[in-house]
Write a protein that binds this ligand. Structure first.
Ligand code: DWN
Length: 418
């Protein structure tokens, strides 16, 4: 584990810390029952701002091998994400005129959740993902996958093999790589001369203004603004040409990057908006830590009050962000009976740190807890639709952020309308 004293992007010194979530277990290191009594590794989780290029980043990097090889996150367990990805793929097929002579390379292709759409249309693809389980699942549905970490070395090898991508896709991975510059240089290396890269990252503005502190964890080394991204791509001879916002994962940016600069209206608009909001100044981040402490305390107080009234509380979504919310807020098995999750890769294990058991979602109707804390709040509507029977039977969800609120069957109408 290494402490970064210089910026991961521009390498300037003088990073300014503004939040510490303390020594925290790895979010996706779900604990098997037979290791329930063993201690687990914890790592500092401190966040800082770079006054030189505005990049928000973690001060400590856990070796990626320790996180992503034995990885239990499978993207296909969310219909919302599958629909989002299918629409993205179809749009690219049309806008780039992709056919059997094209090549689409996805970095962090996971279980094939996105590339499957191109395979179904006979468009050649290559997935790259070090996570062994998800890569097996991808290959099982016909998505060829290299089980490797992407960087300049692998990119040079692929290029020497004649593999140049018409489209490079990199969703929810740019924030995860310790060697940020090497990763972007790698993209520049494998991109065809007239190729484009489409990259999705969570937007730091939504994180700060939506108080999404639980999306801060060791897998996410960087938290991006358009200001920080524009400088990063420019440094590697790439041009950020287009920016779009999507609600997925608490608010994300989709970036379109190419070799040549094109009209950059949406980029200029975001750069101006960010400057107007002061996002290139430390003051914008200064008070975030205090707001986090407040919401942690109010959520814990709410759960303690309900338990004090004899109410039974469970949780939904054994998400990485759930590990952070529970551990950093001091919410343990004294307050939460179990965590329900669809993924068989997580069921039967314990949440890291707080060691709350993870069970199949059917347990909600079977046991009818009075309340369910929604840890996977980013899929609120999908989960409420799925849990209609529980809500109609009188169960209630607690949506924790930006301030904890209760929702019950009265909210189903708006959810169904979508
Ligand atoms: O960057 C990352 C983001 C994109 O995904 C990764 N580093 C890790 C992961 O973060 P997360 O675990 O917080 O992601 P999700 O997608 O919010 O996790 C949702 C969890 O909820 C999954 O375990 C699946 C589960 N789920 C479920 O049980 N029923 C999800 C839905 C939609 C459902 O209906």
């Amino acid at each position: 584990m290494s402490a970064a004293m210089t910026c991961r992007s521009c390498e300037a010194e003088g990073l300014l810390p503004f939040l510490s979530l303390g020594a925290t277990p790895l979010t996706d290191a779900y604990v098997p029952l037979d290791r329930a009594d063993e201690p687990e590794a914890r790592y500092p989780l401190d966040v800082a701002f770079c006054p030189s290029c505005s990049l928000v980043q973690l001060l400590y990097a856990v070796p990626p091998e320790a996180i992503f090889r034995d990885y239990s996150y499978y993207s296909s367990f969310s219909e919302t994400l599958l629909v989002h990805s299918r629409e993205h793929a179809r749009e690219l097929m049309t806008s780039r005129g992709l056919d059997s002579g094209s090549l689409v390379i996805e970095l962090a292709s996971n279980d094939g959740y996105l590339l499957r759409n191109f395979v179904e249309e006979g468009i050649p693809v290559l997935g790259i993902d070090p996570a062994l389980g998800p890569a097996d699942a991808a290959e099982a549905i016909g998505v060829p996958t290299l089980r490797e970490f992407f960087g300049v070395e692998l990119a040079s090898r692929l290029r020497s093999e004649g593999k140049r991508a018409d489209v490079v896709i990199a969703n929810n991975v740019l924030a995860h790589v310790p060697d940020l510059n090497g990763f972007v240089e790698g993209i520049a290396t494998i991109l065809a001369d007239d190729g484009i890269a489409e990259i999705e990252v969570p937007y730091v503005r939504e994180l700060i203004e939506g108080l999404e502190f639980d999306t801060i964890y060791h897998e996410h080394l960087c938290y991006f603004s358009v200001t920080a991204l524009d400088a990063l791509f420019d440094r590697h001879g790439l041009s950020l040409n287009h920016v779009r916002r999507f609600p997925i994962h608490g608010g994300s940016l989709r970036l379109t990057v190419g070799r040549r600069s094109e009209e950059r209206d949406t980029v200029r608009t975001h750069l101006a908006d960010e400057a107007a909001a002061g996002m290139d100044d430390f003051d914008y981040y200064r008070g975030f830590g205090d707001r986090v402490v407040e919401v942690q305390a109010s959520l814990r107080a709410m759960l303690e009050r309900l338990r004090g009234q004899g109410k039974r509380i469970a949780a939904y979504g054994a998400a990485a962000k759930g590990t952070i919310l529970l551990n950093s807020s001091g919410i343990g098995s004294d307050l939460i009976a179990f965590v329900a999750d669809k993924s068989p890769h997580k069921q039967g294990k314990l949440m890291p740190g707080v060691r709350i058991p993870i069970v199949p979602p059917e347990r909600l109707l079977e046991e009818m807890p009075d309340y369910v804390l929604l840890l996977a709040w980013n899929f609120r509507d999908e989960i409420m639709r799925e849990q209609r029977a529980y809500l109609e039977a009188g169960g209630r969800f607690i949506v924790p952020l930006p301030t904890p609120v209760e929702v019950g069957r009265e909210a189903l109408e708006s959810v169904e309308a979508g």
